[in-house]
Design a protein around this ligand. Structure first.
Ligand code: NAD
Length: 355
């Protein structure tokens, strides 16, 4: 198993690398340019990695910029603050951005990089499991609107993804567990063998066995980079990565981005998608049972969808709703998925009964 995975996108290709120590990597990139650079992170991460980040701030061209915690940071306000700071500090087209954080930092830093001077280079340093296996790879960047998640954004690839798994040592258990939703998703949609590996190693995963986690991260990066390399702009194949996300994103918006972590919403979304795959698609009863058994091992916050009509309006705001049709990802079997335009809003409403 290699510690370097290529995301093959022609002139936009880049490597995902497993590294030891993010500080040296930032030093290397920062010293490759004379222009100003910005390390974007959050207070919580700064406090945990004070020594390294303070050392980096002493470099002549590295500016530290903090954004807020949580989904509210994925806003026009954050983007405006970042790009104004860049302009004030005379950033130019050779400036670099280092996104040191989870999916929120990555999405915001990537989007700001994509629009400043019509695009400057950025490097992803994912610090959560979710970012390591998913959000840091593939170039989706963006912010939320009040009416829906990730409604404004761009596909803009980083020049490198540098994964330092030491960050996982400080990640709260709840964050780690939530990220497993995206991990299991890869098994569901693409790789039966990987799904079986997750079932067999579930205890080791729970105990944060670093060897198993590293194997999982590499496998997820390989799957995602393969899919993105084939379909960067989400015309077809990449859509399958949205398994569980139609209901998941709507749940996040419906609950006002409070109470539920992204991965937790995806756990719920996958439960609905499995139900629909079984009831209205080709997923066999046996495979439905194996799948739901694995998902039921995870404790999730209580959900209260008091008004299903309002909830469905959030589903309609999803980007996957096009020309009055919902583009829903179904499983045909574990490891095989497809996009369907036949699932109705009433069926989605019905699937909420499994939550
Ligand atoms: N761009 C994509 O392709 C893509 C894919 C999936 C999800 N996302 C987005 O990612 C976001 C969720 O990302 P996330 O789950 O990483 O959440 P997050 O970025 O909000 O991070 C979770 C929390 O953990 C803290 N944290 C981060 N690293 C830490 C560490 N090493 N130790 C201790 N605390 C740490 C953060 O400060 C934050 O409070 C959502 O906004 C989602 O929409 C994007």
């Amino acid at each position: 198993m290699s510690n370097k995975i290529k995301v093959d996108l022609g002139k936009n290709s880049y490597n995902i690398s497993l590294i030891e120590g993010f500080k040296n990597s930032v030093v290397k990139f920062a010293s490759s340019t004379k222009s100003q650079c910005m390390l974007i992170t959050q207070k919580e991460i700064l406090n945990l990695y004070k020594d390294e980040i303070n050392e980096l701030s002493n470099l002549p061209n590295v500016n530290i910029f903090l954004i807020d915690q949580g989904e509210n940071a994925k806003s026009f306000e954050s983007i405006s603050l970042i790009v104004n700071e860049m302009a004030k500090k005379h950033f130019d087209r050779s400036s670099l951005v280092f996104a040191v954080g989870g999916g929120v930092v990555g999405d915001v830093a990537g989007f700001a990089s994509s629009i400043f001077m019509r695009g400057i280079k950025y490097i992803q340093y994912p610090t959560t499991l979710l970012a390591m296996v998913d959000s840091a790879i593939g170039g989706k960047t963006g912010i939320n609107l009040k009416d829906g998640k990730n409604l404004v954004g761009r596909i803009y690839q980083p020049i490198a993804v540098e994964i330092d798994t030491n960050f996982l040592s400080t990640l709260p258990d709840r964050e780690l567990q939530a990220a497993l939703a995206e991990v299991i998703k890869y098994g569901f949609i693409y790789d039966r063998e990987f799904f079986d590996y997750l079932v067999v190693n579930s205890i080791k995963i729970e105990n944060k066995d670093i060897d198993v986690l590293q194997k999982i991260i590499i496998q997820c990066c390989e799957i995602k980079s393969g899919i993105v390399s084939e379909d960067e702009n989400e015309n077809e194949l990449r859509m399958i990565l949205n398994f569980g996300h139609t209901v998941g994103h709507a749940l996040e918006s419906f609950t006002n981005y409070k109470n539920l972590l992204h991965g937790e919403a995806i756990f719920y979304g996958m439960k609905c998608a499995l139900y629909l795959s079984n009831k209205f698609g080709n997923l066999s009863n046996d495979e439905y049972d194996i799948s739901t058994q694995l998902l039921s091992k995870f404790k999730l916050p209580k959900l209260d969808i008091d008004n299903r009509e309002t909830f469905i309006n959030f589903v309609k705001n999803d980007k996957k709703f096009r020309e009055k049709k919902i583009r829903f990802i179904l499983l045909d079997e574990i490891g095989k998925s497809r996009m369907s335009e036949d699932i109705t809003f009433d069926q989605i409403k019905e699937s909420l009964s499994v939550l």
